[in-house]
Design a protein around this ligand. Structure first.
Ligand code: S3P
Length: 169
């Protein structure tokens, strides 16, 4: 089976769905942000704080290239990986790209309990989410499969993905 590459905005459930898929399919999860944290020796928050977004995006592109050489894994990406077309080109070489979607309100609900998203540390996170989603829409739409996660558990989303992948074979 090809790699399963999960894309989508922050809070669309990539990490939890990746874990579910891993249990159901017996495939290992590679989380790009976790791998970047390991190679940089600091948290994503610290990378943004110390070096800025451009530096993070370069590290992300390097990581997209590295993980794209792996086989039979579930790759959970950071929400901005779609912004550079070359990242998706790398990830698609060995994988099927699946984009998870949710409304701005749901994304706000799912992300508000955590302090780990530097881009959402603003006075009006809902406005920022809405604006970023609109700007990124064409990039997210470029996936092989789009899955709505609204009011679904990670398990339900994982089941839907497995079902859809059967038809894509
Ligand atoms: C980002 C999403 C984050 C992380 C970084 C930037 C983005 O990952 O890569 O904070 O630009 O959307 P998650 O989508 O896992 O939160």
């Amino acid at each position: 089976m090809k790699n399963i590459v999960l894309t989508g905005f922050m809070g669309t459930g990539k990490t939890s769905v990746a874990k579910q898929l891993s249990n159901m399919l017996g495939m290992k999860v590679v989380d790009m942000d976790t791998e970047i944290e390991k190679t940089q020796g600091m948290s994503i928050n610290e990378v943004f704080g110390k070096h800025g977004e451009h530096y993070f995006r370069d590290a992300e592109t390097e990581m997209a290239q590295t993980v794209s050489t792996m086989e039979h894994v579930i790759i959970s990406t950071g929400g901005g990986v779609v912004l550079r077309p070359e990242n998706i080109e790398y990830l698609r070489k060995n994988g099927v790209v699946i984009c998870l979607m949710a409304s701005p309100e749901t994304i706000l609900k799912r992300t508000s309990s955590s302090d780990e998203r530097p881009l959402l540390k603003v006075d009006d996170p809902l406005g920022k989410i809405t604006e970023m989603l609109e700007m990124r829409k064409p990039f997210y739409n470029n996936a092989d499969l789009m899955i709505d996660t609204e009011e679904k558990s990670p398990r339900q989303v994982a089941e839907e993905i497995i079902e859809d992948l059967k038809w894509k074979k």
